[in-house]
Design a protein around this ligand. Structure first.
Ligand SMILES: C[S@@+](CC[C@H](N)C(=O)[O-])C[C@H]1O[C@@H](n2cnc3c(N)ncnc32)[C@H](O)[C@@H]1O
Length: 412
């Protein structure tokens, strides 16, 4: 008879965790709370990997995946886990890592930002090719276990408009498929669907603010995939920074101005810094078309030293926002303290590089005061998080004031 194992945790890549003879074992498709039988597939000195054979007792959080391609498609990894449990798992994993690796004495751990979990994806990359093995034409995403394509006629996490466009374009695309792979970046934004036909205008998305913003972007360029979470994320960043009309703010890795423009609506001056010239040009154009005259953009490679750049040396900044890609911003964070900003909001899609960079900022006198996850990519293991760092002295003073006011309340 097969031995039964209880799954006690979930790894960052969505595999169940159990222990066999004291060794950690990662079990594909298992969830915390499941009792399973398994077959060890691979063993190393300090861990094992196993395939799930049977679920003897399912976890209370186990749910039926809603997509009929879930078993083979590499797009989603957590559809078999209830959405609330996904939020808890992602936030807990992030907070545990923070607590293990950086000083979190002054940190408030905040609720995850959440929104719709179906039809949320407004940007997706699909591929078209004839499969080398079975010679079938396919249009879709890559499979989880190898690089072959899964044919997609409908994807429940894409927006309805993207699904309609894909269904309409599919027959024509499949007829034109060849062994050479063609990639398509599809986006669903305010002025239409882009990525399937030659566009006659630039794509534009909106950000709802007191005065609405419209941002154009290059069709293949970066935009946040989840419009609802993007709205909430911008608001949370502004709230955490406590932006006011006296502030000079700088937005590193600014793209087309997704954070810079909403911040410029409040602050005295906003400067966005970005590496790709076409995004800098689009950001500048966005500032002009939204009548924001207190907004500037600079092109700079933020992985290189910044000391030679005038805007870096000559201006005092009160607030900093940074939103780098997966590599993080080590070179920038090493010297960021020189700008002497009181508050820094760091948005990240990679907890490991974020933690490395928080350590660099803590060495320069910043304290971690808030941390929270954002459900930017529901049903996947991708994590998007935001942290706030504040200059040490001020944090201490605020804490002391809070404590003093509490004492006063007790006296009466
Ligand atoms: C995660 S995106 C964020 C964009 C923007 N903040 C937004 O919300 O849409 C990261 C941005 O960093 C830019 N970037 C990547 N490497 C860079 C570098 N070495 N120097 C400057 N910018 C860089 C990318 O072009 C991209 O626009």
């Amino acid at each position: 008879m097969n031995t039964h194992y209880e799954i006690t945790g979930l790894s960052h890549d969505g595999r169940g965790i159990t222990h066999i003879n004291g060794k950690t074992c990662f079990v594909q498709a298992a969830l915390p709370g499941d009792t399973v039988t398994l077959k060890v597939r691979h063993e190393e000195r300090n861990f094992m990997e196993a395939d799930l054979l049977t679920i003897e007792q399912p976890s209370a959080q186990r749910v039926q995946p809603f997509c009929n391609k879930y078993d083979i498609c590499g797009g989603c990894q957590l559809q078999h886990l209830a959405v609330e449990a996904q939020h808890r798992f992602k936030a807990d994993n992030f907070f545990t890592e923070l607590k293990q690796q950086v000083n979190t004495e002054t940190c408030e751990f905040v609720e995850t930002l959440t929104a719709s979990t179906i039809g949320y994806r407004r940007r997706a990359r699909l591929a078209l090719e004839i499969d080398k093995k079975d010679k079938q034409a396919r249009f879709g995403f890559r499979r989880a276990q190898d690089s072959r394509l899964v044919d997609i006629d409908h994807c429940p996490v894409l927006t309805d408009k993207l699904n309609v466009a894909i269904a309409q374009a599919r027959p024509g695309l499949l007829a034109k498929a060849s062994r050479k792979t063609h990639e398509f970046t599809l986006v669903d934004v305010d002025n239409g669907i882009f990525g399937l036909t030659e566009p006659d205008e630039q794509p534009v998305y909106r950000i709802q603010r007191e005065t609405e913003l419209k941002l154009q972007f290059p069709q293949d360029g970066f935009i946040q995939v989840n419009a609802e979470i993007n709205q909430q994320m911008i608001q949370q960043a502004i709230d955490w920074l406590e932006l006011n009309p006296q502030h000079n703010v700088i937005d590193f890795f600014c793209g087309v101005g997704n954070f810079t423009l909403p911040m410029a609506q409040i602050a005295k001056q906003a400067l966005g810094v970005e590496g790709l010239p076409e995004l800098v040009a689009a950001a500048q154009q966005n500032a002009t078309s939204n009548q924001l005259t207190n907004c500037q953009f600079e092109k700079a490679d933020l992985f290189k030293g910044l000391e030679h750049l005038n805007w870096y040396r000559e201006q005092k900044y009160d607030r900093i926002l940074l939103d780098p890609g997966r590599l993080g911003a080590a070179e920038l964070c090493q010297h960021l303290g020189q700008l002497d900003a009181q508050k820094i909001v760091y948005v990240s899609c990679n907890a490991a590089t974020l933690i490395r960079d928080i350590k660099l900022l803590q060495k320069q006198g910043y304290q971690l005061t808030k941390a929270g996850a954002m459900d930017m990519f529901p049903h996947t293991t991708h994590l998007e998080v935001m942290v706030l760092l504040e200059k040490g002295q001020k944090v201490k003073k605020q804490k002391a004031q809070r404590l003093a006011s509490k004492k006063r309340v007790f006296k009466f």
